[in-house]
Every structure is written in structure tokens, then in C-alpha cells.
Design a protein around this ligand. Structure first.
Ligand SMILES: Nc1ncnc2c1ncn2[C@@H]1O[C@H](COP(=O)(O)OP(=O)(O)OP(=O)(O)O)[C@@H](O)[C@H]1O
Ligand SMILES: [Mg+2]
Length: 309
């Protein structure tokens, strides 16, 4: 559905996107991740025809986003980073205007707007001025705008930015719902959201693609380490003994009354829980709690994007 080949974008002498290539298949929900300034919005602006690339190419459903821009745009809905809404228009007026601009046939506009309003739960506010809506509702209007011409592909640039946790949850549900019969490319900084929603993750850092895989595989294949936390009644010798187990990188110790908390940082894929439990039992260290913490997508993200490479 999206094909990006050797795409680069320079702003003056600064390279914001540096020779990136990736594909998004029909039906996928792909999370587009990267720190501030990584090149996410720039890439999305090129895909949606708002910016010309410096070199390379991109196509939507087989149509080059620049040479066949109208064909490509017809198939995609775009929620930009800063949704440019007309604050002094009513929700339904605005959506009619946008549907018209996007080439929805005159006789179909009411139906298209009605469906977008329904999908985005905007019925209660359809006659309100956009300027009078809360951020969460404005974001829904932005989404309704993105999908009013019933595109196969949605490109959403940080759709949940600035929303409160309730609104984030409801916009996330809405996107999941929209994704049932659409392809979605979504940029966000909320990583648990990505784990819940996305079938694949593309990580960009300093204009370069650093990873493209399922969240599951990223977690499996990266060095991001898991941890094991053990709270036990044990003497200072325990730190050394835990530290000797294969797969343990280091051990941090914290005293909590008569209990000591040992935090074991582990090598990727190492699981020493059983061994640690047996060791504690042998030594008669009274274990109050033993918790394994797996590496999270956030750990992987930090590992992929903290460096200056
Ligand atoms: N119009 C512009 N002129 C010059 N530089 C720009 C322009 N737009 C973006 N940049 C630079 O290009 C780089 C990539 O910006 P981009 O907006 O694509 O990042 P992003 O990944 O979307 O970041 P964020 O998470 O902050 O939204 C940044 O260093 C930014 O300062
Ligand atoms: Mg951005």
C-alpha cells in the first residue's frame, strides 16, 4: 500500500530524511516511531504530497506521490501534526467543505459526512463551532476530515498528542475501529499504545531507519535487558552469589528494613528466575518477592535511538 524507495529530504544543507526505504502492506497498522526531530513528520508530509522529496520516490497503492499525486491522495487520509481546522466553522459545515474539496461527488457529500460523523462519534457536536470544542473533539474532527472521502490508507501524525488519558483511550479505540478495513501508518510517542495497536513498528532516528519489525521480534532480538527483582532476608554475600549466575550483568542492592532488594540486570533473553529461587532456598534466604521484568518496547526504543550514529 505504501512503498518508499531511497527517499531523502534536505532542508537547505540539513538532511532530515536520509535514504530511507520501507513498505507497508495492505491491512497493516504500522507504528512510525522516533525521537523528536527524527524525520517522521517530514516523511509523512512527503507521502501525503505536501512536500517534494529531494531524491528517491514513494508511492501509494502503486501511484507515485508526486507524479500521480491526485490518484495517490484520493486513496489516503492524512491527519497532520498540527490539525489545521477552521475554528469559526461548524463541524458539519467544515466536513462538507472538506468532502467537497476532496472530490466527493455532490450527491454523496451528505452521506459521506454523515458516516464520518458517525464513525468519529461527533453527532452531539456536529452543529458546534470547531473553536468551541475540546482538544479531544477537535482531534476527532481531524480524523473525520482524514476519512471523509473513505480512503484505504490513513496516515496519522501523533493523533493522541495533547490529549488526556481518557481521550487517548477513546481516540485509540476509534483508530482501532477505523483500522479494521484500512491500512494505517501512525506516528506516536506513546509506546504502550504501539504495542497494543500496531502489527509492525518502523523506527527512524536521525533520518535513518533503525528497525522495521513486529514489536515482539524487536523485543526478542534486541539487547535491551530484562531484570529480576528479588526481595529477601539475606546477608551481603547474596549480592555476589546472585552476580555469579550466568546471564546476570550486575546486581544492585537496596536495604528495606530486614529485607534486601536485589535488582539483577540480565542479558537479553536470559531467564535466571528458577536458578535464583533455588539458590535462595539452598541458602535459606527468606524470599518475600521475586519478580521478573521483561524488556519493554521503551527499552528497545531507547537502545535504538539514544546513540549519535
Ligand atoms: N521546514 C523546515 N525547515 C528546516 N528544517 C526543518 C523543517 N521541518 C523540519 N525540519 C527539521 O528536520 C528534522 C526532522 O523534522 P520532523 O518534523 O520530520 O521530525 P519528527 O520526527 O516529526 O519530530 P517530532 O517527534 O518532534 O514531531 C528536524 O531536525 C527539524 O528541525
Ligand atoms: Mg513530527
Amino acid at each position: 500500500m505504501i512503498s518508499v524507495k531511497n527517499l531523502s529530504k534536505k532542508y537547505g544543507s540539513f538532511t532530515a530524511v536520509n535514504d530511507i526505504s520501507f513498505e507497508v502492506e495492505k491491512g497493516e497498522i504500522v507504528g512510525f516511531l522516533g525521537p523528536n526531530g527524527a524525520g517522521k513528520s517530514t516523511t509523512m508530509k512527503i507521502l501525503t504530497g505536501y512536500l517534494p522529496p529531494t531524491s528517491g520516490s514513494a508511492s501509494i497503492a502503486g501511484f507515485d506521490v508526486f507524479e500521480k499525486s491526485i490518484e495517490a491522495r484520493r486513496r489516503l487520509g492524512y491527519l497532520p501534526e498540527n490539525t489545521p481546522l477552521y475554528l469559526d466553522m461548524r463541524v458539519n459545515e467544515y466536513l462538507r467543505y472538506r468532502a467537497h474539496l476532496k472530490g466527493v461527488a455532490r450527491g454523496k457529500v451528505s452521506e459521506a459526512v454523515g458516516e464520518a460523523i458517525e464513525l468519529c462519534s461527533l453527532r452531539d457536536v456536529e452543529k458546534k463551532m470547531i473553536g468551541a470544542l475540546s482538544k479531544g473533539y477537535r482531534q476527532r474532527v481531524g480524523l473525520a476530515d482524514a476519512l471523509v472521502h473513505d480512503p484505504d490508507l490513513l496516515i496519522l501524525d501523533e493523533p493522541t498528542i495533547g490529549l488526556d488519558p481518557n481521550q487517548i483511550r477513546s481516540v485509540r479505540e476509534l483508530i482501532k475501529n477505523l483500522a479494521q478495513r484500512r491500512t494505517v501508518l501512525i506516528s506516536t510517542h506513546i509506546l504502550p499504545e504501539v504495542e497494543i495497536m500496531c502489527s509492525r513498528v518502523v523506527v527512524i532516528h536521525k533520518g535513518k531507519i533503525r528497525a522495521s519489525d513486529t514489536a515482539e521480534n524487536l523485543l526478542k532480538n534486541h539487547r535491551a535487558a530484562g531484570q529480576l527483582r528479588i526481595e529477601a532476608k539475606a546477608g551481603p554475600e547474596a549480592r555476589e552469589e546472585f552476580g555469579r549466575m550466568t546471564g546476570v550483568k550486575d546486581v544492585q542492592v537496596e536495604q528495606d528494613g530486614e529485607f534486601t532488594t536485589f535488582t539483577l540486570r540480565l542479558d537479553a533473553n536470559a531467564d535466571v528466575s528458577e536458578e535464583a529461587f533455588r539458590l535462595a532456598a539452598d541458602r535459606k534466604w527468606n524470599v518475600r518477592e521475586l519478580v521478573r521484568k521483561r524488556a519493554t518496547l521503551e527499552d528497545v526504543f531507547v537502545e535504538l535511538t539514544h546513540s549519535d550514529i
